[in-house]
Each structure stands twice: as structure tokens, then as C-alpha cells.
Ligand binder design. Structure first.
Ligand code: ADE
Ligand code: ZN
Length: 361
């Protein structure tokens, strides 16, 4: 994790920049110390008893070979999060972590069917998270919205239950004043479960006016990406492979569908060969709308400042990064009046920051 103590001036400026995180998994944001306490309080066994010893089990190693291996790390996390108090706590702590690096608005996503049990329905899962986010808003002034994930490896019946819960909580007016459910996502292993298997849910979401995003083109080719675009999603999770289909690339640019980029996540899942090989700069130069996000800050061991720094290493100037953080506001699942409010406050804060003389790497 990038500790504030050893930060370069550039990192300090990027930390101070007002930011949004549009692609942030709640369970993937769990702190190692919290995992230990949750396990102890629930008499659950973890492979180690101290934070330092547990960290390697709860973080994805650079040697991780695939998205499947990346997602396997979550198997240790799921059993810790099957009650209201655990979920409320980690949602609250996520707001605290966001406020430490001036993330002003976070869209938090999770698949409620991963936490739900027969006596713990998906609706209660969602309510617990919303309570944690509301406390986070009160204490840290971080505004938020919830994106409900359907999960690729879940049965049609499980995803139908998640979709019912989504419909119950979604309101088009859910905005900055209190955390609410604002959209839908499809997560999980796209290599094994193609997007088109879930077309019906995207069709229903569109008919109901529920904004959708979709993990696609993260680790395999462009079929899932093409399917997501044809299903009219408002944003794409990752889309790393977009350059493999020139026609689709043109369409994404023409329709201004933003990519939710997670640079280090993509390096860990082997979505890209290396940081240097990441196409984020080429996307930017080609005119693809992009946003920078953490994806899974806990299990990757990063924060959003780290991701902005990674983008700087790939050639983005501070001015360009400030422009990206501002433009991200336009892609939030929020009523336009709220986006306008947030944009104005970002603009004022960025203008103040630019007056300061630093900005050296
Ligand atoms: N769930 C958590 N992180 C994910 C990722 N990078 N891709 C798909 N599903 C995920
Ligand atoms: Zn993700």
C-alpha cells in the first residue's frame, strides 16, 4: 500500500486530487486487519493469525496466472462477510479509506448472492451495506452509490434473486444526498461464462431504466465486449482487449462508452503482459473515454492514488490526470443535477491545486 510517509510530491498531489472510483468491489476492498478481527469474532479459521502472515494469503501475488486464480483469493473472504455487522463495517471502512485519498464519490459493487444465506436474504445484505455507507457519508463526507453485481458462475435462479433485490432498491433519483442502489453489473470469470448467457437481465435492466455496466474484454478477446455493447451497457468494466476489434473500437468511441480501467488489476489478472504493455494511454490518444479505478484495492494491495501514479508512469501528465478525474464525474450513475454539483466542486478544487507549484515525479 502506498504509505503517505514516503510519497513523492507527484504522489501527494495525486492523493490530494478530488477523485471518483467507479469500479470498486466491496469484498475485494477488505482490509487484512479487519479480516482477522471478523474471523476471530465468528470463530472462523484463517490460514494465519497475524496481519503480516495473513497478507500473502489475502493479496494476489505478482505470479498470479489468470483471472480464475485472482478470483480464487475471494474464497477466503466470502465466509467472513455473511452477516449484517461485517458488511456494514467493511462498507464504512471503505469510505474511510476513500476519504484518506480524497475519493469524493465511490460506486461500490458486490454480488449479494455471494453473502446471502437462507436466513440472510439479499435484501438484508444490501441494507447492511447501505447502512455502512450512510455512516461513512456522515463521518467522512464520502458520497456513494451501490452497483449490484450478477455473477457469471451463479445459476439463473440465483441471478434472478439478485435481480429482484436490485429492482426493489433501485430508484432513478438515488443520488448524492444518501447512498442508494444506482445500477447493475455482471462480474466473475468471463472466460467460462459468456456475456450473452445473461442477455435477458440486461434487456430487463434497459426496459426498467437501470444503468448497467459489465466486466468484459478483461481477459479474453472481444466477444464479451461486443455482446455488452450490443446490450446497450452505459459503461464497460476493463475492456482491455478493445484494440483487437477495430470496428468495435470505433463504435465505443462514437457512442462514448467509457472504460472502467483498473491498471494494476489488469497486470495481476494477466489481462496485460506487464504495466508497460497496458493500453490505457493508447485508449486515451484514440479518443476512448477512460476512467481510472481500483477494482479490488484490498486483494491487489493498492489504492486509487497508486493507479493514478501508474497512469503517470505510462505517460499521463498531472493536467491530463486532473482532466480524467473531472471527466469521470460525467460517467457516474447519478442524476444529472448531482453530477453537475459534483463537477463544479471538482473544478474548484482542481483549480486550487493547480495554483500550487509542485508536480514533479
Ligand atoms: N470480481 C472482483 N474482481 C473482478 C474482476 N477483476 N473481474 C471479474 N470479476 C471480479
Ligand atoms: Zn471488477
Amino acid at each position: 500500500m502506498s504509505g503517505a510517509e514516503r510519497e513523492t510530491p507527484m504522489e501527494s498531489e495525486l492523493r490530494a486530487l478530488p477523485k471518483t472510483d467507479l469500479h470498486c468491489h466491496l469484498d475485494g476492498s477488505l482490509r487484512v486487519e479487519t479480516a482477522l478481527e471478523l474471523a476471530a469474532g465468528r470463530k472462523l479459521k484463517l490460514p494465519a493469525d497475524t496481519a503480516d502472515e495473513l497478507r500473502p494469503f489475502l493479496t494476489v501475488a505478482p505470479t498470479c496466472a489468470s483471472l480464475k486464480e485472482f478470483l480464487d483469493v475471494f474464497q477466503l473472504i466470502y465466509p467472513l462477510l455473511r452477516d449484517s455487522s461485517a458488511l456494514e463495517r467493511i462498507a464504512y471502512e471503505l469510505c474511510e479509506d476513500c476519504s484518506a485519498e480524497n475519493i469524493r464519490h465511490v460506486e461500490v459493487r458486490f454480488a449479494p448472492l455471494l453473502q446471502a444465506r437462507s436466513k440472510f436474504p439479499p435484501e438484508e445484505v444490501i441494507e447492511a451495506v447501505l447502512r455502512g455507507l450512510s455512516r461513512g457519508l456522515a463521518d467522512f463526507e464520502v458520497t456513494s452509490g451501490v452497483i449490484i453485481c450478477l455473477f457469471r458462475s451463479h445459476s439463473a435462479r440465483e441471478n434472478a434473486a439478485a435481480f429482484r433485490a436490485l429492482k426493489r432498491f433501485f430508484k432513478p433519483g438515488n443520488g448524492l444526498s444518501s447512498p442508494g442502489v444506482v445500477g447493475m453489473d455482471l462480474a466473475g470469470d468471463e472466460a467460462r461464462h459468456p456475456t450473452m448467457e445473461f442477455a435477458d437481465f440486461f434487456d430487463q435492466a434497459r426496459r426498467l431504466g437501470i444503468p448497467a455496466t459489465c466486466h468484459a474484454g478483461e481477459v479474453v478477446g472481444t466477444e464479451n465486449l461486443k455482446a455488452a455493447i450490443s446490450l446497450d451497457v452505459r459503461r464497460i468494466g476493463h475492456g482491455t482487449h478493445l484494440f483487437e476489434d477495430e470496428q468495435l473500437l470505433d463504435e465505443v468511441i462514437r457512442r462514448r462508452v467509457p472504460l472502467e480501467v483498473g491498471i494494476t488489476s489488469n497486470v495481476r489478472t494477466k489481462s496485460v503482459r506487464s504495466l508497460r504493455a497496458h493500453p490505457v494511454r493508447r485508449f486515451f490518444e484514440a479518443g476512448v473515454p477512460i476512467t481510472l479505478n481500483t477494482d479490488d484495492r484490498g486483494i491487489i494491495g493498492i489504492d486509487l492514488t497508486h493507479e493514478y501514479r501508474a497512469a503517470a508512469e505510462l505517460g499521463f501528465s498531472f493536467e491530463e490526470l486532473a482532466g480524467l478525474s473531472l471527466a469521470s464525474v460525467d460517467h457516474l450513475f447519478l442524476p444529472e443535477a448531482d453530477r453537475r454539483r459534483l463537477r463544479a466542486s471538482f473544478q474548484a478544487e482542481i483549480a486550487r491545486l493547480k495554483k500550487k507549484p509542485l508536480r514533479r515525479p
